[in-house]
Write a protein that binds this ligand. Structure first.
Ligand code: PA5
Length: 453
């Protein structure tokens, strides 16, 4: 019902120009020429990073894989400290690609991979205290694999208070457990940080044996395909090469295909035109499955922190359906006409489809015998179609991003699609998507309150 086709063809030229500008940054950076200060490329290193890593740049992939294997073989619990872009990407990968009850499973059922805990992403005394207690009560014999734990601390700047404070606290707990002079005290802590900064200095001073760099030119929320996401993902047994291949393929698609055949440009154009011409500045990422909730939260950060500047930028909102059809669904169907709903449709489940059993005579009060034999994915499909139809009948726009299934390759494609879309939309609307100057205000105030300077 939305007459965006005409506007779309008028936008095509600008869209291609925005895409070409974003990719020109990459060429400029990789040309090897001296670049004048005024022409320094934006923080767009994420664009060709998957391809560079797959092509063997700095042997980083091999190093990540061998260090991940060695950590995996030595610990049964991995505590990952990080916040924002140093946290959300891994969380999205973990929830999408590991078993939903990963931490509850036996080590064998986890494929020999450690359990995972996140900290340093908040200032929440209760959750931190619970994790410290859990480690204390569950881990009693440092020689037993089942009782061993380690830390991966991730901070590009090294100066983020939430992560730095958590690191100090968990480091002390780890040193108390294994002994400050034990090999474990330096071997079971893996810092992932920038080439310079406080965490880099601390790592050098404490002599951590294994560290990974976060390259300059890749911004925090665009860093999931650096060691930030790749190292802990590899420790969890995620196929990081498939992940990178999906991302590299999406980049190539975006670089070469024209609007109309290009999922990145089509997504940007649809969202942009509905915002510009119809005032729809709320972007609902409607994920059809629990495994994708953190992907939505990762995208919330990506969009909000990248384009929410100069009193502009759409507002992201993640929902998990069908769950949230029973909460936000009412507003999406009949509330303000201020939103575009982008469905992420997960495709085939990783597990065998579960069928609805036939109830015996006399116990069909729920009237489900009419659909006995149908599977949960079939019910989900009916919900997706029914919801899209209901929105369409009321002239409420939706877009569908369809995955064949949730696996490492498709997650690589999906995350790269959103990062490219955000960078290109920034070019299109004249907003630098990199950096987050607005986040400094609270940090400065907090610093003044805490340190008095
Ligand atoms: O996108 C960003 O750059 C931010 O969200 C950062 O990732 C976040 O503030 C954490 O920063 P750091 O990795 O320096 O601790």
């Amino acid at each position: 019902g939305f007459l965006i086709e005409k506007q779309y063809s008028m936008l095509t030229e600008h869209l291609h120009a925005a895409r070409d500008e974003a990719f020109a940054d990459v060429q400029l950076r990789t040309s090897g020429e001296e670049i004048p200060e005024a022409k320094q490329p934006l923080d767009s290193g994420f664009i060709d990073l998957p391809e560079r890593l797959l092509n063997g740049e700095d042997d980083l992939l091999e190093n990540i894989e061998s260090a991940a294997k060695s950590l995996r073989d030595r610990i049964d619990r991995m505590v990952v400290l990080g916040i924002g872009g140093s946290y959300m990407g891994l969380r999205a990968l973990f929830e999408a690609l590991c078993d939903p009850y990963h931490n509850e499973l036996s080590r064998e059922a986890r494929g020999g991979n450690p359990r995972l805990y996140f900290e340093g992403n908040n200032l929440d005394n209760d959750s931190m205290s619970s994790l410290l207690n859990l480690l204390k009560t569950q881990c009693v014999d440092p020689k037993e694999l089942a009782d061993r734990w380690g830390i991966v601390v991730i901070s590009k700047s090294g100066g983020t208070l939430e992560t730095a404070a958590a690191f100090r606290i968990f480091r002390e707990a780890l040193e108390e457990y294994y002994g400050a002079d034990s090999p474990e005290a330096t071997e079971l802590v893996v810092p992932v940080t920038g080439e310079t900064g406080k965490l880099r200095d601390l790592s050098n001073a404490r002599g951590y044996q294994q560290t990974f760099p976060i390259p300059d030119g890749v911004g925090g929320r665009f860093s999931v395909f650096t060691a930030v996401g790749l190292f802990p993902a590899a420790v969890l047994g995620i196929d990081i090469r498939a992940l990178l291949q999906g991302a590299a393929d999406m980049t190539e698609w975006c670089r070469t295909k024209p609007a109309g055949e290009n999922p990145v440009l089509d997504y940007v154009a649809t969202c942009h035109l509905l915002e510009r011409d119809h005032g729809m500045d709320v972007r609902v990422l409607s994920t059809w499955g629990n495994r994708l909730e953190s992907t939505g939260l990762w995208y919330d950060q990506l969009l909000a922190e990248s384009l929410g500047k100069h009193e502009r930028g759409a507002t992201p909102l993640t929902v998990v359906n069908t769950r949230d059809l029973h909460s936000r669904g009412q507003q999406h169907q009949e509330g303000k006409r201020d939103r575009v709903i982008s469905n992420i449709i997960p495709g085939d489940p990783a597990s065998s489809p579960i069928s609805l059993p036939e109830a015996p005579d006399g116990l069909d009060q729920d009237l489900l015998n009419r659909i006995a034999g149908k599977t949960i994915p079939e019910l989900l499909q009916a919900a997706i179609e029914g919801t899209n139809q209901a929105y369409a009948e009321d002239q409420r726009p939706t877009t569908d991003l369809k995955l064949s299934k949730i696996d490492a390759y498709s997650m690589g494609q999906l995350l790269q699609l959103f990062m490219l879309a955000t960078a290109i939309e920034g070019r299109l609307i004249g907003i630098n998507p990199y950096g987050q100057p607005g986040v400094e205000a609270y940090k400065n105030n907090m610093g003044r309150i805490l340190y008095g300077s």
